[in-house]
Design a protein around this ligand. Structure first.
Ligand SMILES: [Ca+2]
Ligand SMILES: [Ca+2]
Length: 271
């Protein structure tokens, strides 16, 4: 009798410890705060492919654009960030292996545009079953505005102002060119004689950037770019005479869709 009671108590204690450990392994991460330490251990929950993973609740508000970097010197970091009921059931999650750079080029980086209350999650893992060790999550709140908010403020028009970062998305409901490629056209007004840098970062597709004279949909092509440096992203640096321009975001990936960041800034040397 006593032994049964004792084992029941022990089982209850084990349950308490286990749920306590679960709570500890899911610390909330608030963007902009100090780096969050984590560790992958052999006793952690396991994915279908045998990799262990960690789970962090991402404390964000709709309208925020957040960069998450997972850095580790112990193993090859892999990230998944998305929303859903848990780290195991996210929808439209973004994943990344090595975009975060780091000393060995193996850190992971994901940028997400927070379009609703989620809940949002960060899932941390390695890239194979033997990856264990310590890592840090660095989160940054980016000074970006969501495309949906730009359209809401501009009666449906896509507008980008000098110095702005717009977080937007090509979807299967975006306008299509004559050959079926999805695009989005942002109105831009050049005001000075400085060099304008226009940068298009797209994690999900091979970006293509075009600047045309006049407001959207634009006329004569002023500048265009497919890739720059060693990326598939696009960048244009051009001295644009004052006036209205159409900045067209598209892809060379056929009918590809996905998130992108479009940034305008002053400076740099003309391409
Ligand atoms: Ca990696
Ligand atoms: Ca490209």
């Amino acid at each position: 009798m006593f032994s049964l009671r004792a084992s029941a108590v022990l089982a209850a204690a084990a349950l308490t410890i286990s749920s306590g450990a679960m709570a500890q392994s899911q610390p909330e991460v608030t963007p902009g705060g100090a780096p969050t330490p984590g560790e992958l251990k052999e006793t952690d929950p396991v994915l279908e492919d045998g990799r262990v993973y960690g789970c962090h609740r991402l404390n964000v508000r709709p309208g925020q654009v957040v960069e998450v970097i997972m850095a580790s010197t112990d193993f090859d970091a892999f990230l998944m960030v998305g929303k859903g009921s848990s780290c195991r059931s996210m929808i439209n999650a973004k994943t990344d292996d090595d975009s975060g750079g780091g000393p060995e080029g193996l850190d992971a980086q994901v940028v997400v545009a927070v379009d609703d209350g989620g809940p949002w999650w960060i899932r941390t893992s390695g890239v194979n079953q033997t990856h264990f060790g310590e890592y840090y999550l660095h989160t940054t709140l980016m000074p970006a505005v969501l495309g949906v908010e730009v359209r809401r403020a501009n009666r449906g028009r896509d507008v980008i102002e000098m110095g702005q970062i717009v977080a937007d998305r090509l979807t299967d409901e975006s306008p299509q060119s004559a050959d079926g490629i999805y695009f989005r056209c942002h109105d831009f007004v050049a005001e000075g004689s400085m060099v304008t840098e226009i940068l298009l970062n797209a994690a999900d597709f091979d970006a293509y950037l075009t600047v045309k004279a006049g407001g959207c949909p634009g006329g004569r092509v002023v500048a265009e770019n497919d890739d720059f440096d060693d990326t598939l992203d696009s960048r244009i640096r051009r001295r644009l005479p004052p006036g209205p321009y159409a900045i067209v975001v598209s892809t060379v990936d056929g009918y590809a869709t996905g998130d992108y960041l479009l940034t305008t800034s002053v400076g740099g040397i003309e391409d």
